[in-house]
Design a protein around this ligand. Structure first.
Ligand SMILES: O=C(O)CCC(=O)C(=O)O
Length: 271
């Protein structure tokens, strides 16, 4: 094991998630300051990302702001992707030294009106053959059920993919009757704590009814030995090698030229 203890490995195997203290105070502060700077720079953009669909029984308007691919906005977030201790922990959990980036994103739930997230499995957004995918969820604030914190069904990663009942293209969630938010286990996290969880873990999060903001940052990773079933969620830097190597990566120059020509023709409306 490079980073995790036997107990932490067992916690992940049994529950499908593990809470870790990996970041130093100064790392947390740097990420936090840069997070606010990015959201301030993008304040004029439409960032609204409340999940759509018939799960949402809210009578009042709620809101969550989202920015994807933070590494395209700031070098602080590019550097973070190579955090040694974090990748050591991921390597232990994924049981491979070859780790690929899938995507990153940030969700900011404003005080008082922060949207909940329905119970779901990330699997439905980006299915892989060997289910190697994990989420690294960084709590950027102290978070609990009052300010929109995360909640999980411990052990639910062992159930495999559950039925996606969404009635809206591009959004995925499970039956909220079968997996009600109220029956989930809340994860109260300190600012800077990290939860690593399987993309099969059933999870969601609460409304932010408090007077505190709830910010999170999330990195999704897969094993270089796994294969995407379908690319439902193309993202910036998808497939970037964060550790080890990607032996399967295509290097054929003809294919690269053909892909380029096809994209060119498409942009001219030729295809
Ligand atoms: O931001 C949150 O509270 C939850 C986000 C989440 O579960 C997701 O985007 O898959």
């Amino acid at each position: 094991m490079k980073m995790l203890t036997k107990d932490q490995m067992k916690c992940y195997a049994d529950n499908g998630y593990v809470v870790l203290d990996i970041l130093t105070e100064s790392e947390i502060e740097e990420l936090s300051t840069e997070y606010d700077a990015i959201f301030t720079r993008k304040a004029q953009c439409n960032l609204e990302a409340t999940w759509q669909g018939d799960w949402n029984k809210e009578k009042t308007q709620t809101s969550v702001s989202s920015i994807h691919s933070l590494q395209m906005h700031s070098a602080v977030y590019s550097r973070f992707l190579h955090h040694k201790k974090l990748l050591d922990a991921c390597e232990d959990i994924m049981e491979t030294p070859n780790i690929l980036l899938h995507h990153t994103k940030a969700h900011l739930k404003p005080p008082g009106v922060g949207s909940p997230f329905p119970m779901h499995q990330d699997y439905h957004y980006f299915p892989f053959e060997k289910d190697s995918m994990i989420a690294v969820f960084v709590s950027m604030d102290d978070a609990d059920p009052h300010n929109g914190g995360l909640c999980v069904y411990p052990g639910s990663h062992k159930l495999g993919p559950q039925e996606d009942v969404s009635n809206v293209d591009g959004w995925h969630y499970l039956s909220q009757e079968k997996f009600p938010l109220e029956n989930a286990t809340p994860l109260s996290l300190k600012k800077g704590q990290i939860v690593i969880f399987s993309y099969l873990l059933i999870h969601g999060s609460y409304n932010n009814n408090s007077d505190r903001v709830r910010r999170m940052y999330l990195v999704q990773l897969s094993s270089a030995e796994d294969t995407m079933i379908s690319n439902l969620h193309p993202s910036a830097c998808q497939g970037m090698v964060l550790r080890g190597a990607c032996a399967e990566r295509d290097a054929n120059i003809k294919k690269r030229h053909n892909d380029h020509l096809q994209a060119l023709q498409k942009s001219k409306g030729g295809m």
